[in-house]
Design a protein around this ligand. Structure first.
Ligand SMILES: [Zn+2]
Length: 91
């Protein structure tokens, strides 16, 4: 899957292991513009992780420094709101 985030294309890839050195649900690579998500996560957690990595991209592109805990809080909140109901009809 490819995502257009503020005009930049990011490739979303599901992988067996995100980082060999430490366990991570996902990560974003600002050099290759790849978002890697652990393919073994349950769907809800996978989607929440994707929102988290999208927020990293948005904040990086806007030049806004955010703590990991701020990114995670927003990701949890936005994922919940946007999955609890249909807000936008498909276009
Ligand atoms: Zn993060």
């Amino acid at each position: 899957m490819e995502l257009n985030i503020l005009g930049v294309t990011y490739k979303v890839i599901e992988v067996d292991v995100v980082d060999k050195r430490e366990f991570k649900f996902g990560e974003i690579d600002f050099v290759t513009n790849e978002i890697r998500i652990d393919k073994n996560l349950p769907t809800t957690l996978k989607n929440q992780t994707l929102v988290h990595e999208i927020l990293h991209a948005v904040f990086q592109l806007l030049g806004m420094e955010k703590e990991e805990s701020e990114v995670q809080s927003l990701a949890t909140a936005l994922h919940q709101v946007f999955t609890a109901q249909t807000i936008f009809s498909s276009c």
